[in-house]
Design a protein around this ligand. Structure first.
Ligand code: ATP
Length: 202
């Protein structure tokens, strides 16, 4: 796709829910979190580099990356964290861009919780924020994941603040209504993006 809309929002804001409504309109998407997992799958060069660097103890019995073990290593050592980011970020970026280029829909979505934090909006034509007040973010995430308010609060404070995020938005979808009532808003954005994509191509 020649036109890319970045879809972001805080934890539990409804990115996946909204992306599914765009899928219903035949719009394809690339999920940055999934790409980040893909590049460290068994057989990938990045996993070999990580194993060579940290040792076999970083692998699970089944040969998959032991994410908890890796997190523990980089949590206590900023230099190791830097090493890992230097390795992974370019690979993730490259794979993400390949996938976006392979999307055949009129435009494509790049779904990324940390779109703005990681400056992935460099690769998007437009930024759509799924916005909800913090109370709803908390209650929906607690209900979905069965986690504590404190755990969600910790993740919330690692992400940019709601005002900062909204400041960087081109479009905002307020996700406070039931899912069944979101379609009109999505339709309206869809028509706008179709138009922008066409204008960009022309
Ligand atoms: P994360 O960044 O944590 O992956 P997300 O932004 O993709 O989250 P979703 O998983 O889409 O968020 O939504 C969070 C939870 O809230 C889900 O359980 C979802 O079903 C629910 N939810 C989303 N939108 C609505 C809505 N409009 N009304 C009620 N529940 C909703």
């Amino acid at each position: 796709a020649g036109y890319v809309v970045g879809l972001t929002g805080g934890i539990g804001s409804g990115k996946t829910t909204v992306a599914n409504l765009f899928h219903d309109l035949d719009i394809q998407s690339v999920d940055a979190d999934l790409v980040a997992r893909e590049v460290v799958m068994p057989g990938e060069p990045a996993l070999m580099a990580i194993t060579a660097h940290f040792g076999q103890s970083i692998l699970q019995q089944d040969g998959q990356l032991d994410r908890a073990a890796l997190r523990a290593k980089i949590f206590v050592d900023a230099a190791e964290k830097h090493w890992l980011n230097q390795l992974l970020h370019p690979l993730i970026r490259q794979r993400m861009l390949e996938k976006l280029a392979g999307c055949t829909s009129e435009y494509a979505l790049l779904i990324a919780p940390l779109l703005l934090e990681n400056k992935l909006n460099t690769y998007t034509d437009r930024v759509l924020i799924v916005d909800v007040p913090a109370e709803l973010q908390l209650s929906r995430t607690i209900q979905r994941d069965g986690v504590s308010a404190e755990q969600v609060q910790n993740i919330l404070s690692s992400q940019i603040s709601r005002p900062e995020r909204l400041h960087l938005a081109d479009d905002v979808l307020l996700n406070t209504v039931p899912v069944s009532q979101l379609q009109p808003q999505v339709q309206q954005l869809h028509r706008r993006y179709q138009q922008f994509a066409k204008e960009k191509l022309a």
